[in-house]
Design a protein around this ligand. Structure first.
Ligand code: SAM
Ligand code: SF4
Length: 335
């Protein structure tokens, strides 16, 4: 009989986000500081350990696996791991294997990804302007990312563009994004900036652009129709009448989206976080390395952790200061 994971609030946990590396070829302003210190390599789970732990999660009822990072496609031999894990797509135990990527390596990887059964990608892109792209990502090259996006489209991958809404940075490009994604048939999601990691004294409130304000701005130009698209995730969706495109809003700050949370996150060092916005974790690397191959001990540890999944996060900017700040960077836990 197949297993399922259910938390204390009767939420059915079937979605794992796995960070395969904390390293990245970009240094996005809101995500990393310029001089990031990365983890020693031996702290990271090996590709074999990643495969082993994912297989155990899938045997416990995880049906959707999203690979993230850092930049997942800069992890050495990443296709070896992805190809191995795709065997669970063939058996049908895993229903979906997807990635969140900055797009920089997609020219090379789009085709092998579709070959192993990946159907959709989330691609993070915060501006359509090359100079601004350089400023936001510090190290990125928009041309390279665009080539990757078009390669992914041409091989038949469905694409969702994720934009972090940044006040005084990309607020002037809102309508351009809607037109561009509408023309190309890409879904589009806006995300509120979250207080993850300390950024060299930079104040998160200076970056924060609330989804309520963003939505009002959208309504000034487009006709929005709410649609009941249920992804099991935190986004709420509208359809733009003029483009027939879908736009989603991820609003961790202005709305609490936790009640329907079906996901857990595993870091590249094997820490299982039951909530992105809380510090409690379970150290699965310790179990894997102390009892290699002992699936019973590993699965018991996972079930005990799920039994502690909290009701929600405590991110809050409403009192004009940042509350619920989390020390970890998003690139460590995996966005
Ligand atoms: N490197 C890949 C990418 O950029 O798509 C995957 C990892 S990145 C950490 C995943 C997502 O988290 C990206 O869409 C990024 O924009 C988002 N992100 C990073 N830091 C964030 C923050 N402080 N608040 C909101 N979103 C953030
Ligand atoms: Fe790298 Fe993604 Fe973070 Fe940007 S958001 S620095 S691309 S991990």
């Amino acid at each position: 009989m197949s297993e399922t994971l259910t938390d204390p609030f009767a939420r059915h946990i079937n979605y794992l986000r796995l960070s395969v590396t904390d390293r990245c070829d970009f240094r996005c302003l809101y995500c990393m500081s310029e001089n990031m210190t990365f983890l020693p390599r031996h702290d990271l789970l090996t590709l074999e350990e990643l495969d082993y732990v994912c297989t155990n999660f899938i045997n416990l009822g995880i049906e959707k696996l999203r690979i993230t990072g850092g930049e997942p496609l800069v992890r050495k031999n990443i296709m070896q791991f992805l190809t191995s894990i795709s065997k669970h797509l063939i058996t049908g135990k895993l229903k979906e294997l997807t990635l969140t990527t900055n797009g920089s390596q997609l020219e090379r990887f789009a085709s092998p990804l579709i070959d192993i059964g990946v159907k959709r990608l989330n691609i993070s892109l915060d501006t359509l302007n090359p100079d601004k792209f350089k400023k936001i990502t510090r190290w990125g090259n928009l041309n390279k990312v665009m080539n990757g996006i078009f390669e992914a489209k041409s091989v038949g991958l469905d694409i969702k563009i994720n934009v972090v809404a940044l006040k005084n940075t990309n607020d002037d490009e809102l309508h351009d994004f809607v037109s561009w994604c509408g023309d190309l048939g890409f879904d589009l999601t806006f995300i509120e900036v979250m207080p993850m990691g300390e950024l060299n004294g930079q104040n998160r409130l200076d970056q924060y652009w609330s989804m309520n304000d963003l939505r009002k701005e959208l309504e000034s130009k487009w006709t929005l129709k709410d649609i009941p698209l249920k992804t099991g995730g935190p986004a709420r969706y509208v359809e733009i009448k003029e483009t027939e495109g879908r736009v989603g809003f991820i609003t961790p700050l202005s709305h609490n989206f936790c009640e329907s949370c079906n996901r857990i996150r595993l870091t590249c060092t094997g820490q299982l976080f039951m909530c992105l916005g809380q510090d409690d974790d379970a150290d699965l690397r310790k179990v894997i390395r102390e009892w290699p191959g002992n699936t019973e001990i590993l699965q018991t540890k996972i079930k005990k952790a799920i039994a502690r999944k909290p009701k929600g996060h405590d991110f809050d900017y409403s009192r004009q200061k940042v509350e619920g700040q989390i020390k970890r960077f998003m690139s460590h836990t995996g966005g």
